[in-house]
Design a protein around this ligand. Structure first.
Ligand code: ZN
Length: 106
């Protein structure tokens, strides 16, 4: 089973700022990360006067994407560690023997 770990979105965004695409690699999206890195490097190589706006634009897009990925990551983590109580439908820890909301015994 693939282990799902909680990832830090702040760290992912910081990594992308440092070196575009690294945040993606950190989030497990290696191909997208390499693509973003090549895109920025390509911009650097093509025209120097594009670099700053392109770099800011790409980072903005990546930051939004990181937030979306982070939400999905949190959901994955939750689905691995939580279960739904059959009586009150609240999410409780998978290992719980008793629902903390309605005291149902599992
Ligand atoms: Zn319950």
């Amino acid at each position: 089973m693939k282990q799902v770990k909680e990832k830090s979105i702040g760290l992912a965004i910081a990594l992308n700022l440092l070196l575009p695409g690294v945040g993606y690699m950190y989030m497990g999206k290696v191909i997208v990360g390499i693509g973003a890195l090549l895109l920025v490097l390509g911009t650097f190589a093509a025209r120097a006067d594009y670099v700053l706006p392109a770099w800011i634009g790409i980072n903005l897009i990546m930051a939004i994407d990181m937030l979306l990925l982070g939400k999905k990551n949190q959901k994955d983590v939750a689905s691995k560690t939580l279960k739904k109580c059959p009586r009150c439908a609240e999410m409780v820890q998978k290992e719980a023997a008793v629902c903390r909301y309605c005291n149902t015994i599992f």
